[in-house]
Design a protein around this ligand. Structure first.
Ligand code: ASC
Length: 154
């Protein structure tokens, strides 16, 4: 009897592990892996946000579909980098200020603020209203800058 449902239980446990592996719970074998992960996440987010920002700033012609697609990606990507600021990853190939780890609540709040602002870009881009996109891009840029000013070395 027991043997008949054990494999099912093991599959269920494996699935639970997989489903529990949300970005926020990303695990890293080494601090340098976490550093690489968060840098890659920032790069991807900045690339897609930058495509929307370029339209908002008039550097490239407005394309509503491209704006919406990139805003959606930037919003998803905005959730990723912060899982990489794990304990022990304050040293290495990073511009992260060590004070991130001594004021982690403030750092998380700054990240959260950026994510909220980025979600506004996404909402605005879905409407296709360029003025709303401009406003939201401005707010997001300010949130990026505020966090960099406090927590990123030159
Ligand atoms: C971007 C980007 C940043 C922010 C910042 C805003 O597009 O890559 O880091 O905006 O420049 O001041």
């Amino acid at each position: 009897m027991h043997r008949s449902f054990m494999p099912g239980l093991m599959v269920a446990a494996g699935l639970a592990t997989l489903l529990g592996s949300t970005p926020a719970a990303a695990q890293f074998a080494k601090p340098e892996d976490a550093i690489k992960y968060r840098k890659a996440g920032m790069t991807m987010m900045a690339t897609h946000f930058g495509r929307v920002a370029a339209m908002a700033n008039g550097r490239v012609p407005f394309d509503a579909k491209a704006a919406a697609d990139n805003a959606e990606l930037a919003t998803m990507l905005s959730k990723l980098p912060f899982a990489g600021f794990v304990d022990g990853s304050d040293k290495g190939d990073t511009k992260a200020e060590p004070k991130i780890w001594s004021e982690m609540d403030k750092f998380r709040a700054a990240a959260s603020k950026m994510q909220d602002e980025m979600a506004k870009v996404n909402a605005a881009a879905k409407t296709g209203n360029i003025d709303a996109i401009k406003a939201a891009v401005g707010g997001t840029g300010q949130a990026c800058k505020a966090c960099h000013d406090s927590y990123r070395k030159e």
